[in-house]
Ligand binder design. Structure first.
Ligand code: ADP
Length: 630
């Protein structure tokens, strides 16, 4: 048989059905699509009007009007843009996936025109989204530069009609006859919400009006309604597209408040553009204070991504790593490849590039504030230090930069003052190699922790890890500037010069030999509560403390894990005693029940000193009262 070239045949009704019912995940998208078309139509009229003045001789106020009739169940979206003639209707609304807007753009490009308008349409399917909510759509349109109006009508049964009609003025009105289950979209608040979400930065005013006003509407109600209806629903100005020097601080602040629903001005405003491989414009804000939802797992909204002024998405982790979730703002890119439903981006690599550029920008702004204004940086760190530390904990790409931005209180500095890691390293005692820290629930607990006594006596400062996240951070910090991190609440620690360490070890081992029987009795008395009892090298003033094994999880971490419902392996800790302490000497001289009670009290006091609850508070109270009576 001879080879023949055939045309694909298509069941138009089926394809339309696919477009309408399978393309979009949400019905509400219809409004975004019809408004985008109206905006494109006005852009085209405005652009052509630059050279063909007679096209815009009616000198219109460019606008998009949405009028709803909840009795007739109709919505009309009207623009005074370019309009369509019979031929355009045929080509654009009569053929699926044919985009007049794309053709318009290409024609201008071929002509070599510059300053092209930023048109939205490109796929030629958005219009049909109307059928997700409407069972009949009627388009009444009159093209600028002609004198005839046409009406296009379809009920999505695979056919449409086109006929001549009358229309006041140029432009297009799309009338939707709503399906009963979609009538909620006629409500003013719903429309207003959708416009704010998807079309807030369309550059023409979008207004809402109600057609089915009750005949007996009171004068004051009418007045209020008309005032409301005169106000555009959208913000219109895409501030991020204007040069920074042309935007007032108050405009940025108002925009931030609109975006974040914060009532305070932003702490820092960051307008910037990305160039090179991916071009985009961004306007970011750092808030002054954390929002209520900062530490809630259900925070879903992050930066808003716009492509040509139309909202595409604001998934929390799309454009920022999770630890930067406090940053608010907008990213806009004209040439991001969208998929047909515009609900997703086609190229994840491009989004990743934007994400890393945005992250790096925020980091460099913070580095700059740190360098130029320590007081201001402290304000920021007080509000958001804990989230930065999440980054130091789990953002492996930026860990090094973030570690230079986090601060900790220290045993030597005044309460409320914090140090950068580099400050700590700069002030290390001579011969000190490691960075010492202690983890506790509060700064006070950390400051008073017995485990840090000996380090202090040897002239070493100790960082106090008392933000909730610090318990996790403690597990992931390895080295800073060549110095290892050492948790004083864990494992064996030694201080001072080689000779000092050696001498200290020898005298401890000697004392341990002498006190062997006593240490064994303490362990016997405490039973399974502790894994081991030994003499301490980290205590000077306190009688005892509890320490974990080198690789064990800290008690604070264990409490956090338990609180979040995770099972925590039972780790027995070591009770370290200060052989030189008078209390320990006293206990050594006791026996029988007196010995057991004193050991129990010693153990409980070690728990209390680190901020842990005692196992049996009633018994502790009783023992304490008895002791006081003595
Ligand atoms: P797209 O907007 O992606 O091109 P649509 O299916 O939404 O696809 O629209 C198809 C075409 O119909 C548009 O490209 C445009 O030429 C024309 N069109 C749609 N709505 C209007 C309107 N309000 N005014 C003028 N032309 C319109």
């Amino acid at each position: 048989m001879e080879k023949k070239t055939n045309q694909f045949k298509a069941e138009i009704a089926e394809i339309l059905d696919l477009v309408v019912n399978s393309l979009y995940s949400k019905k509400e998208i219809f409004l975004r699509e019809l408004i985008s078309n109206a905006s494109d139509a006005i852009d085209k009229a405005k652009y052509l009007g630059l050279t063909q003045k007679d096209l815009v001789a009616d000198a219109p106020e460019w606008k998009i009007d949405i009028s709803c009739d909840s009795k007739a169940k109709t919505m009309m979206i009207a623009d005074n843009g370019i309009g369509m003639d019979a031929d355009d209707l045929e080509k654009n609304l009569g053929s699926i996936a044919s985009s007049g807007t794309k053709a318009f753009r290409q024609a201008l490009k071929e002509k070599g025109s510059d300053a092209l308008p930023e048109l939205i349409g490109q796929f030629g399917v958005g219009f049909y989204a109307a059928f997700m909510v409407a069972d009949k759509v009627r388009v009444l349109t009159k093209k600028r530069g002609t004198d005839k109006a046409y009406v296009w009508e379809s009920s999505m049964d695979g056919t449409y009609t086109v006929g001549e009609a009358e229309r006041d003025g140029f432009g297009t009105s799309v009338m939707l006859h709503f399906r009963p289950e979609c009538e909620n979209f006629l409500d003013r608040w719903t429309v207003s919400d959708l416009v704010r979400r998807y079309s807030d930065f369309i550059s023409y005013p979008i207004r809402y009006s109600k057609i089915d006003v009750p005949a007996d509407e009171k004068d004051e109600d009418r007045k209020r309604r008309e005032e409301d209806e005169a106000k555009p629903l959208n913000t219109m100005v895409a501030l991020w597209k204007r040069p920074k020097k042309d935007v007032k601080d108050s405009e940025y602040a108002d925009f931030y408040k609109h975006l974040s629903r914060d009532w305070e001005d932003p702490f820092e405003t960051i307008p910037f553009s990305g160039e090179g491989q991916v071009e985009f414009k961004a306007l970011l804000f750092l808030p002054k204070k954390p929002s209520m939802e900062l530490y809630m797992p259900n925070q879903k909204r992050g930066l808003s991504l716009y492509v040509r002024n139309v909202f595409i998405g604001d998934d929390i982790d799309m454009l920022l790593p999770p630890w930067l979730r406090f940053v608010k703002g907008v990213v806009d890119s004209s040439d991001l490849p969208l998929n047909v439903s515009r609900e997703m981006l086609q190229d994840d690599a491009i989004v990743q590039k934007i994400k890393s550029a945005v992250t790096s920008k925020v980091l460099s702004v913070l580095e700059d504030i740190k360098k130029k204004d320590a007081k201001r940086y402290d304000e920021f760190h007080t509000a958001f230090g804990a989230v930065l530390k999440e980054g130091a904990y789990n953002d492996w790409t930026n860990k090094e930069r973030i570690e230079k931005l986090i601060k900790f209180p220290s045993a030597r500095s005044d309460a409320g003052k914090t140090l950068f890691l580099e400050d700590y390293v700069k002030d290390m005692a001579s011969g000190q190699k490691d960075i010492y820290f202690i983890v506790a629930e509060t700064e006070k607990d950390a400051r008073n922790a017995p485990q840090i006594e000996s380090a202090r006596k040897h002239g070493c400062d100790v960082l106090l890890f008392c933000d909730h996240i610090d318990a996790f951070l403690a597990e992931s910090l390895r080295e800073f500037d060549g110095h290892s991190f050492v948790n004083l609440g864990k494992g064996d620690v030694e201080f001072g010069s080689e000779e000092e360490r050696k001498a200290e070890k020898e005298s401890r081992e000697k004392a341990e030999g002498e006190l062997k029987g006593f240490l064994e009795n303490v362990k016997k008395s405490l039973g399974d509560a502790v894994g081991e009892v030994k003499l301490s090298s980290r205590l000077t003033d306190s009688p005892c403390c509890l320490v974990a094994k080198e690789n064990a999880i800290s008690p604070m971490m264990a409490r956090l894990m338990k609180a979040s419902g995770q099972s925590v392996p039972e780790e027995k800790r070591t009770l370290e005693l200060n052989a030189g302490h008078p209390l320990v000497k006293k206990v050594e001289g006791l026996s029988g029940a007196e010995f057991d009670d004193a050991v129990a009290l010693l153990y409980d006091s070690a728990l209390i000193a680190e901020g842990s609850p005692v196992a049996d508070p009633a018994r502790f109270g009783k023992l304490l009262s008895a002791l006081m009576l003595k």
